[in-house]
Write a protein of this length. Structure first.
Lengths: 632, 383
């Protein structure tokens, strides 16, 4: 048998043929692979490049520095303070997180509650994400951490920024406060900054009203991250724009004086520059520490603020509404003069009857005020005089005059939450109660009771308007960033000079002529005299039985049932520059406490010259012309 | 020519002659390809030789030694070693199945002293050797005889099933592909081939039933990557992003963000080709495929130049084995087939794979060196 035969030849031919076929197969597969590569890398290359970049680059928002809030002399009322904090990076804690917390717990105070929060944070994040161990450390604590750093593995000291209100509760109701973003805020505002952890937005006061200006615009940090989200390096940084500084018309020194003077009363006071409506001071007591809301207020603290009878959370100066009481009388008097009633003389016997109702005057016990003309009517605040006047004027004329002077409508002050107050009218009553207007209601309206309601800021604007004859509009912001805030034009009120002079004379008599309701608290220093009008607002109806059996003295009533004590005024009487309003809630226990406050405040503001001292608004705010004491 | 005596003069080449006969051009080509692998491993390690590139170079150097030694061993020696090697590899696989080291949830490794060995890698070479040895003794007509055919089918089937049970679908597929290719090349009749193909297609639903959950998931994910975009589909889509984002010229050496930032899974092993695509783009990937194609061309030429059927089948078997690696790996990382865990030969990091591939090239080179050796069909008997 031969070693090699025909069969060997045939299988060699078969092998070669099939190898060539295999080669064709290999070639086809290679062509498919090449085609797929072409499709991936050439046809769709750009698309995949974009997706690779999206993988690689993570954009992180950089919170801009919030703008400061300053008073007219450049004092910082809200600024940014360094926030010394301590972070823990779990993966760098070589002896474990527990041990790292034990060690740091010997350097700064950590409660069990803190520890639980930190451990929860760590468990929720990746091992390289820093967890906040402690915030708002004092410099001493922070220095101590840094000193011990060599053996605090995983602990990183860090300096952030946090909002600070150096004057605490004195300015709470003007400046407001910032706090964490709520879900509702997110719905209202699409700014992506709001989603930044730890971001704060304005929740009240100027912080809320001018939040977008103060906030600034977000910067962006382009970071290269790996598949686990760890930051590899920074690719680029756009710093964004810090928020604008806001200059208020407030004089912080005056503000502090007012707050101190009002003390622990539940009260509100507004002081204004009559020439331009600049609000120099706007105080509502008691205040609260706005820093509490920034760092996160505890439930117990919040509840004690919420249920305090003195309502510290309410800005009474703009949101509180009170029956204006006798402070409404000068307005009725203005209307009277221009309606030919300027020479009216009324004989006050202490009471008057209208239908089957008897209306009393404060002086009913001593038999009335006797003959009362307009000036004396204001000076002694004779109710009978104003009942008669109101009856003759009618509700329509009273309403018309009141609205001209600024009652019953919001002033437009740049603070959130202003109430509008109320001046009733026939139409209003019909709409509200479905009943026609009664004449008795005209009488009540004429002495500022009944349906009348006003806010302290309105009262101050009324005082400024009566003092100047101009439609003064209160404003509290002056410069935002480098933009001067426009002031509304000062229109002359459609009131005769004669009427103004008559009413001003009456208000002068209140504080400067013996027998005036506020004569005991007049300013005696020449050149600083104050004019004004007192008011008391009943918070409960006095029954006929009570009146018959003798009125309970106010200081014997429960606090909540005492009358509100009001005062509006302006000074100096000769050339008014400052207008003021004060409401002391349930202040009726002492005789006219609000006038005593007003006297001290008016003397302080005039001597200091809050409106005339050179301001410190930014120079770059070009075109800022400060009106000097213009002759009215 | 067909009457030349068995002991041909060419059969007794001196050592020096044999060294000269080695196809050094092919060795150079292999070195170039392996060097691309070293560069990619260096790149994915962030510009460091450790932990992958350095050891890989060491293994390659050892592999070159293995290649040369295997090339110098007479082809008839390899023929006589074919069955013992197959038996050895088969026993290792059985041992792995019984007491194998559990790695990656699958029994694929066996510990031999300091070496971790993947017996299934060794089996690919051994199967090719044993089948070439068996088919060498058969004429074209014999191959298609049922009883003759049953033996090689068993030789393919037993290890393939064991490997499939490890479970290692990729390697099992390659074993079956290697074996079937050799039967085809040996002249198996189309009357067997065509019904077999139809049978396989028909058996797909049945096979599906026996797949592991993770294998089913892979297939399903492959068919619809969006169904599991953050789970198993994530790997595929990240690999496609990496490959595609390379574009025409790539992002540049060490600039591949997908691999450097760990978006790529198993970037140093199965998905290394993706890194090449990301950093060197279409030029790089096509370039490597061309180099592979040249190697495959060399292999086929060596096969056709061999004067023995054993040599021809061995050379083609090894060449196709090499090709199947490339095909499955490339198709897998490009999203053409499900992920089955097959490395890219010469490029992927891995000791056993590198050494077996180099050993395979050694055998191929032995066929080349001994291409003039003629071996009678019945010279060494069937067994």
């Amino acid at each position: 048998m031969p070693l090699f035969d025909r069969k060997d030849k045939s299988r060699y031919a078969t092998f070669t043929r099939r190898t060539v076929m295999m080669g064709g197969g290999v070639g086809s597969v290679m062509a498919v692979l090449a085609g797929r590569l072409y499709q991936l890398q050439i046809v769709n290359g750009d698309k995949y490049m974009t997706r690779a970049e999206e993988n690689r680059v993570s954009q992180r928002l950089l919170a801009p520095l919030r703008g400061r809030i300053l008073d007219r002399f450049g004092t910082e009322l809200a600024n940014n303070r360094r926030n010394y904090r301590v972070l823990l990076i779990p993966e760098q804690a070589t002896e474990g997180v527990q041990s790292a917390l034990d060690t740091i717990g010997r350097v700064i105070l950590l409660t069990d509650h803190d520890r639980q929060r930190i451990l929860r944070d760590i468990a929720a994040n990746k091992k390289f994400v820093p967890a906040t161990v402690a915030e708002n450390l004092t410099w001493d604590e922070f220095a101590r951490v840094n000193l011990h750093l060599p053996y605090l593995s995983g602990i990183v000291p860090d300096v952030g920024e946090t909002r600070d209100y150096p004057f605490s509760d004195v300015l709470t109701h003007v400046v407001g406060y910032v706090a964490s973003v709520s879900e509702k805020d997110m719905e209202r505002d699409s700014d992506q900054l709001l989603s930044l952890p730890g971001f704060r937005i304005g929740k009240s006061g100027i912080e809320k009203a001018l939040d977008s200006e103060l906030r600034g615009t977000a910067g962006q940090d382009r970071l290269e991250v790996n598949a686990h989200g760890r930051v590899i390096r920074e690719l680029g940084r756009e710093p964004g724009a810090p928020g604008s500084d806001v200059y208020l018309t407030i004089d912080n020194e005056l503000q502090r004086f007012v707050a101190q003077r009002l003390g622990d009363q539940s009260a509100a006071c507004v002081v204004m520059d009559i020439t331009n409506g600049d609000v120099l001071s706007l105080v509502s007591t008691p205040g609260f520490d706005p820093n509490l809301f920034n760092v996160g207020i505890k439930d117990a603290q919040y509840h004690s603020l919420l249920f305090d009878a003195h309502t510290p959370l309410t800005n009474k100066a703009i949101s509180g509404v009170y029956p204006p009481g006798s402070t409404f009388k000068p307005t009725v008097a203005l209307a009277a003069v221009d309606n030919g009633l300027g020479d009216l003389v009324v004989d006050c016997t202490g009471s008057m009857r209208l239908g089957d109702h008897i209306f009393y005057c404060d002086a009913w016990r001593i038999g009335g005020h006797g003959h009362v003309n307009l000036q004396r009517g204001i000076q002694v605040s004779c109710d009978i005089f104003f009942y008669q006047m109101a009856m003759r004027l009618g509700i329509d004329k009273i309403e018309q005059a009141a609205k001209l002077v600024g009652w019953g409508a919001p002033t437009g002050i740049e603070l959130p939450g202003e109430s509008s107050g109320l001046i009733p009218s026939r139409a209003w009553k019909l709409a509200k109660f479905g009943a026609p207007w009664q004449q008795g209601e005209t009488l009540n309206t004429g002495i500022g009771q009944g349906y009348d309601l006003a806010t302290p800021i309105q009262l101050c604007a009324v005082a400024a308007r009566i003092a100047s004859g101009n439609a003064v509009v209160p404003r509290i912001t002056r410069v935002v960033g480098t933009t001067v805030q426009p002031r509304p034009t000062l229109n002359r009120l459609p009131v005769s000079d004669r009427a103004l002079q008559a009413v001003q004379a009456g208000m002068y008599a209140v504080t400067n002529v013996a027998g005036g309701t506020a004569y005991g608290w007049r300013i005696t220093e020449p050149g600083f005299e104050m004019s004004g009008k007192t008011g008391t607002a009943q918070v409960r109806r006095i029954t006929r039985e009570e009146r018959a059996s003798g009125l309970t003295p106010q200081d014997k009533l429960p606090w909540k049932d005492r009358e509100h004590a009001l005062f509006i005024g302006f000074a100096p009487s000769s050339l008014p520059r400052y207008a003021l309003s004060i409401v002391v809630e349930h202040g009726g226990a002492r005789s006219e406490p609000q006038v005593e406050f007003a006297r001290d405040i008016m003397l302080f503001v005039q001597k200091r010259g809050s409106a005339t001292l050179p301001t410190d608004y930014p120079v770059s705010a070009a075109g800022l012309v400060e009106p000097q004491n213009v002759k009215l | 020519m067909n009457t030349r005596p068995y002991a041909a003069a060419r059969a007794t080449l001196s050592l020096g002659d044999k060294l000269l006969e080695i196809n050094w051009g092919l060795v150079l080509l292999i070195t170039v390809i392996a060097s691309i692998g070293f560069a990619m491993l260096y790149s994915v390690a962030g510009g460091h030789l450790m932990p992958w590139s350095g050891p890989q170079i060491m293994r390659f150097v050892i592999g070159i030694g293995l290649l040369v030694v295997a090339a110098l061993v007479d082809i008839r020696r390899w023929m006589s070693l074919a069955y013992p090697m197959y038996a050895f590899a088969f026993l290792l696989i059985v041992a792995t199945t019984i007491a194998g080291h559990v790695g990656l949830g699958a029994q694929r490794w066996i510990q031999l002293g300091p070496l971790q060995l993947q017996p299934s890698e060794l089996m690919k070479i051994s199967l090719v050797l044993a089948l070439a040895r068996y088919l060498h003794g058969l004429s074209v007509e014999d191959v298609s005889k049922p009883l003759r055919l049953a033996i090689p089918l068993a030789m393919i089937g037993f290890p393939a099933v064991l490997v499939l049970m490890e479970p290692n679908l990729g390697t099992a597929t390659i074993l079956v592909a290697d074996g079937c290719s050799l039967l085809f090349l040996a002249g198996l009749s189309w009357w067997w081939i065509l019904p077999a193909i139809s049978g396989v297609v028909g058996a797909v639903p049945v096979a599906w039933h026996f797949l592991h959950d993770y294998q089913k998931r892979r297939v399903l994910t492959f068919l619809n990557p969006a169904s599991d975009a953050l789970g198993a589909g994530w790997n595929i889509s990240q690999a496609e992003i990496a490959m595609g984002s390379g574009g025409f010229a790539g992002k540049g050496f060490e600039q591949g963000s997908q691999s450097r930032l760990n978006f790529l899974p198993e970037k140093e092993t199965d998905f290394i080709f993706t890194t090449l695509g990301e950093e060197f783009g279409f030029i790089g990937t096509i370039g490597l495929l061309v180099l592979f194609a040249i190697v495959i061309g060399y292999g086929m030429r060596i096969a056709m130049q061999s004067r023995s059927q054993f040599g021809r089948l061995l050379a083609m078997g090894l060449t196709l084995n090499f090709f199947f690696y490339i095909m499955i790996n490339a198709a897998m990382v490009m999203g053409l087939i499900p992920v089955v865990g097959i490395p890219m030969p010469l490029i992927s990091y891995g000791g056993t794979a590198m050494l077996t591939v180099m050993f395979g090239f050694g055998l191929l080179m032995s066929v080349h060196v001994h291409r003039q050796v003629e071996i009678p069909r019945a010279a060494v008997g069937l067994f």
